[in-house]
Design a protein around this ligand. Structure first.
Ligand code: PNW
Length: 465
């Protein structure tokens, strides 16, 4: 590989999410979220792990922010816990919750690190789930109200506001396959959730524009790179269906102001989409300054003949076929390795392909990689080091793939490694470690893995080591 050098001003960052790191689940007036309920329900998470304590970031935030400086980062992507700001999901704010994020943002600014705040990284206040959750239209209105309160308080001290992280996960894993909170398995409800998340994005986006006109507005999507098993018409059509459900169900309303016709036709047996009201799609299409892209791996599909036993690997290492509502005729195939500890195949070329697709379809929209990283079984050596060579290799190859897309014209402004710290990896609890900084959960001690040292060399030289 010849020298890979990034342009001056390219933003290097790292990302986290509130429920995955904060802990302090019952402190300072925080209310319960769907992830508290879900993780406390037996059988839902590996080893019954919960986010009650997590990486104790709520108490250690100041030291954790100093790590960002030590890593030479330009930006920090974090999420705001709605149940800290508005414990029941509506009504007056909980000032202690707002103050926590206000202090965090002020400290980032003191350190010269750009705050990139996500309003929703999956922790819906439980009261709103009890009232129907994302399949209920009112949740979108509640989200806009929450946005008004927290954006009103933090304003344009936050450099970039992101409405949602991966609404695909909230809708399909939360309401179709049920492997994420709230764990419901209601195909029509999942598509209603898709729509109300799109609508909520548009409503909150307008609030952000009004209350923080100097801030950048964004959303983060986990767009899927879907490959057909062959170039037969049937396999290509299977890939088209999944592209509609996974990608264009969000890109359509948010960027083009309309749902794709093939999505509505493919899912006609599941729902008539009557929850989409006049004007909703235009509302969802609030103009964005930047699109956040999360990328981990690829997905391989083929048409199912309806006879042979159906494989339901989906490139993410576990069965969640039932997430793909209305796609009974599609089969998800296992992919060639190597794999990460999540069972996800490692395919850096997929990232180049995704960035170039977005550049081709939305040439004027700047892109930001808001998550990329890998879980591996890290070993702490007797002298306390963590030689995570496979993570370094994963990061190096994906950052090179980003550079390749940029060389071919993609307008990529920055890269955030997932994650700053080992944390609560949702249904996998503390068993899967994504951090470039190791967390010893017994002592909460933080230790740099080799990948953190490697990343620091990159962030301080702009040259891929
Ligand atoms: C993303 N899938 O989650 C999230 O934004 C992070 O909070 C998370 O820790 C990270 O990626 C690693 O998992 C995903 O099953 C979770 O396809 C599951 C899937 C995709 C993304």
């Amino acid at each position: 590989m010849s020298d890979v050098v990034f342009p001056e001003g390219f933003v290097w960052g790292s990302a986290t999410a509130a429920y995955q790191i904060e802990g302090a689940a019952r402190e300072d007036g925080r209310g319960p979220s769907i992830w508290d309920t879900y993780s406390h329900t037996p059988g839902r998470t590996l080893n019954g792990d919960t986010g009650d304590v997590a990486a104790d970031h709520y108490h250690r935030w100041a030291d954790d922010l100093d790590q960002l400086t030590a890593l030479g980062l330009d930006a920090y992507r974090f999420s705001i816990a709605w149940p800290r700001v508005q414990p029941g999901g509506s009504g007056p704010v909980n000032q202690a919750g707002v103050d926590f994020y206000s202090r965090l943002v002020d400290r980032l600014l003191e350190l010269g690190i750009r705050p990139v705040a996500t309003l929703y990284h999956w922790d819906l206040p439980q009261e709103l789930e009890d009232a129907g959750g994302w399949p209920a239209r009112d949740t979108a209105a509640r989200f806009a109200d929450y946005a008004e309160k927290i954006v009103g308080a933090l304003g344009d001290r936050v450099h970039t506001w992101t409405t949602f992280n991966e609404p695909w996960c909230s809708a399909y894993l939360g309401y179709a396959s049920g492997v994420h909170a709230p764990g419901r398995t209601e195909p029509a409800g999942a598509l209603a959730a898709v729509h109300h998340l799109n609508l909520a994005h548009g409503l909150a986006g307008r609030v952000i524009r009004e209350l923080a006109p100097a801030a950048q507005l964004s959303v983060t999507l986990n767009l899927h790179v879907i490959r057909p098993a062959s170039d037969s018409a049937a396999d290509v059509d299977a890939a088209r269906r999944i592209d509609a459900l996974a990608n264009r169900a969000f890109l359509g309303p948010m960027l083009d102001g309309t749902y794709p016709a093939d999505l509505l036709a493919d899912t006609a047996a599941v729902t008539d989409w009557s929850f989409v009201r006049d004007g909703d799609e235009q509302t969802a299409a609030v103009p964005l300054d930047v699109l956040g892209v999360n990328y981990y791996s690829t997905t391989l599909v083929r048409a199912w003949d309806g006879q042979s036993p159906k494989s339901d690997a989906d490139g993410h290492g576990r069965s969640k076929h039932s997430a793909w509502v209305g796609s009974e005729q599609v089969e998800f195939l296992p992919q060639p390795g190597p794999y990460t500890a999540m069972g996800w195949n490692i395919e850096p070329a997929g990232l180049t392909e995704l960035l170039l697709r977005l550049h081709r379809e939305y040439p004027d929209l700047p892109l930001m990689i808001t998550e990329n990283g890998a879980a591996f079984d890290d070993v702490v050596t007797p002298d306390g080091a963590i030689h995570d060579d496979r993570r370094v290799d994963y990061l190096r190859r994906h950052i090179a793939a980003t550079h390749e897309a940029m060389a071919a014209g993609a307008d990529v402004r920055g890269y955030f490694v997932w994650s700053l710290l080992d944390n609560f990896e949702w249904a996998y609890g503390y068993d899967r470690r994504f951090g470039i900084i190791h967390v010893d959960y017994a002592t909460q001690q933080r230790t740099w893995k080799d990948s953190a040292h490697w990343y620091r060399t990159l962030t301080t030289t702009n040259r891929l080591p």
